[in-house]
Each structure stands twice: as structure tokens, then as C-alpha cells.
Ligand binder design. Sequence first.
Ligand code: GLN
Length: 209
Amino acid sequence: MASESANPSSSSAGSYSSLTIGVLALQGDYDAHARAFAAAGARTVLVRKSEQLAGIDGLVMPGGESTTMLKFLEQNGFFAALGRFAATTPCFATCAGCILLAREVLHPPQRSLGVFDATVERNAYGRQIDSTILTAPTEIPGGPLEMVFIRAPRITRVGPDVEVLARRDSFPTLAREDHLLVATFHPEMTSDTRVQKLFLDMVASHKAR
Ligand code: GLN
């Protein structure tokens, strides 16, 4: 859907209650994501087992620690099931989630689902103490967006079908490829729900196909 408008108020805003959004709840700040999506009007469910992927319209993969999430995913076939899910169904992956979804992970190299056509460098902006909040213009209408970076990865390459919606310096911080949305910052840590609504619009149009 790279050709679609990035306007989160352009379609089904206000009718998100028919959408069930799963939040991967193995580790990290899944609770904050669940609250943010509930505030945006969606039904939310915490996903801890691969079987639960069957009942959701879209999945949020939160920030946290990607190495720890990988350890959980490597049990009971969850990694393979998540790869199959993400290949066809909307996912919104932030920070550690973005690292899991990317085609290639560096610094150091790490196993990933490989479905989002990008190269991601872990901890590229330094340590926890170098975490920062920036406010910058984006492709999303409604004015500049506050972006919270916490030991953030950096997207250093994107494939030809990836649409970049926001940047830090010249590097993508919010990007979309077909049914997948990734962010290297934490939209769930601000009260602005425009990024959640953008994802919910992607989920709604995917469901209506
Ligand atoms: N540094 C973490 C990792 O490599 C990501 C940090 C985050 O999700 N905020 O997994």
C-alpha cells in the first residue's frame, strides 16, 4: 500500500472498534502499546502464544530487548509462525520489534524474521544515556511529531518499495512497506495517537480487501 495516503483521518477513524489488535507480549513495553491502541479506539489482546495470531487483524511488536524476545520466540515454533503471519497480515513494529521484522540486522548481526525490506543497526545512537526526544515534521498530517528514542536502532537501508514517513537526520524513523509499518521510536510513549491511527487505517483497509 505504498501508494496510499499517510493521512490517518482519511478513512475509518472512529470505527476502529471492529478491529482486534494483538500486542506481542513476550517482553518490553507491550502494556503501553495496548493502552495507546485502546485509546485510539481498537480492541486489543495480548499475544503470548502462536495460536493467538489466528484471532487478530493486526499485530504490534513492541520495543524492549530483541535478543530476549528472540529467546522466547525460538520456543514452540513461534518464530516460524510469526514469520508466516507477518508475511501476509498487518504488523506495526517499534524499536526491538523493528529489529525483529527487518530483512537484515547489524551491530551485531542477529537473526530476524526478514519480512520488512530494510537493514537495521542495533543501538546505533549509543547507550541508554543517549536516549532522546525529538520533534520533527513527518508525512503524517497534523504537524510535527514527537519521537521518543530509547537505545534506538537506525535504519540504514530501505528497499525500493518502502515509503519513508519520518526521518532523524537523513535516516528513516517511520516507514511503511505494503501491510507493514515500522518505527525506530516509541509512539506509545506520547499522547499523540496519529501513528496508531495510521496503522489502524492500514489494518482496516487490509481487512476490507
Ligand atoms: N536496543 C534494543 C535492542 O537491540 C532496542 C531498544 C528498544 O526497543 N527501545 O533490541
